[in-house]
Design a protein around this ligand. Structure first.
Ligand code: ZN
Length: 345
């Protein structure tokens, strides 16, 4: 009888589990306390016949030991888990995972692309290492134009017999326009964003590389009025609905007539301030009607088609928008500067 009881308790004890400290204590009371089941069996032990005492005693010890071990193991498990929980400080701020920001030039380029995309312009891209043919010749630059000079342009490879075969770092994104015109039947409506290079000393106001967005529209009966309206829409989208524009006559080899565009100073609203040198206007881009020579050079019949082109420096537009005083800050990778644009994304 007593052996059966011991065996039954032993099986029970081997399978015990608990999900909290209260349950462990209940198990301890049930098996190991003075009034527990094992002690009750101990009390019965003296009634066991002498010839069975050895066997029953051994079993009883095994039961007590097993119960003690199991309950201690459960206690250990819970104290370890408590220990783990103690290490978690729920009042601590989360790990400082800092989210990167877009570069201000990327932000502004995307904004420009967005505005012109909504007016039907599509993106065009081309190589930064270009030949003279696409950068200068097709853009109507005379063979002795100063831009072709080593003082102004970075040369990768020079061809002493034929300047048009020189390999250079493109000095404007107009080369992309040339490539689009070569391969596309009008109507053409593209914008070409990209990096350009010029052989300039690096100062607060000049750099050996900067970024441009150029636009080109070629179709039948395109007039200067179309150009002006598109640029006015751009200026208003970029700098606010009450922005005014003015066009001043200018000269570029690839457009005729050509103009520089100013926008009303968005800091003083045109009244005049330090930023606009008290004129109320700030310069933003160059534009004009595509020179018929350029169209012909790129295989487009200038008697059938006409078009306009414009080009702006992304750094310039960014400066107007965010008043970055030193051009070098754009390429210094100073995180403090870049963080300023966190909310502009
Ligand atoms: Zn102003």
């Amino acid at each position: 009888m007593i052996l059966e009881k011991i065996e039954q308790l032993l099986n029970e004890v081997k399978g015990i589990s608990a999900s909290n400290a209260g349950e462990i204590e209940a198990l301890r009371l049930k098996y190991l306390s003075k009034k527990g089941e094992i002690n009750a069996l101990m009390a019965d032990f003296r009634n066991v016949p002498a010839d069975q005492k050895k066997e029953v005693g051994m079993k009883l010890n095994e039961l007590k030991q097993t119960a003690t071990e199991r309950i201690n193991a459960l206690k250990e498990q819970f104290s370890q888990e408590d220990g783990l929980n103690d290490d978690v400080d729920l009042t601590r701020s989360p790990y400082p995972i800092s989210l990167g920001t877009r570069h201000p030039l990327t932000i502004v380029t995307n904004e420009i692309i967005d505005i012109f995309s909504r007016m039907g312009f599509i993106l065009a891209d081309g190589p930064e290492v270009e030949d003279d043919l696409h950068v200068f010749t097709k853009m109507n630059f005379a063979a002795d134009h100063p831009a072709r000079d080593m003082q102004d342009t970075f040369f990768v490879e020079q061809n002493p017999n034929d300047v048009t075969k020189n390999i250079i770092l493109r000095s404007h994104t107009s080369s992309v326009q040339a490539r689009v015109m070569e391969t596309t039947e009008p109507p053409i409506r593209v914008i070409c964003p990209g990096r350009v290079y010029r052989n300039e000393a690096i100062t607060a106001r000049a750099h050996c590389f900067f970024h441009q967005v150029e636009g080109l529209y070629i179709d039948k009966n395109v007039s200067f009025t179309d150009l002006k309206q598109v640029l006015l829409t751009f200026a208003r989208e970029m700098f606010g609905a009450d922005t005014k524009i003015r066009l001043r006559p200018s000269y570029f080899p690839f457009t005729e007539p050509s103009a520089e565009m100013d926008i009303s100073c968005h800091i003083c609203g045109g009244k005049g301030c330090g930023f606009c040198k008290h004129t109320g206007w700030v310069e933003i881009l160059g534009c004009g009607m595509v020179d018929p020579n350029v169209l012909e050079q790129c295989g487009i019949d200038s008697k059938v088609y006409s078009g306009y082109a414009f080009g702006m420096g992304v750094e310039r537009v960014t400066n107007l928008k965010y008043q970055v005083s030193d051009l070098r800050m754009f390429s210094e990778n100073d995180v403090r500067f870049l963080k300023e644009f966190e909310s502009a994304n």
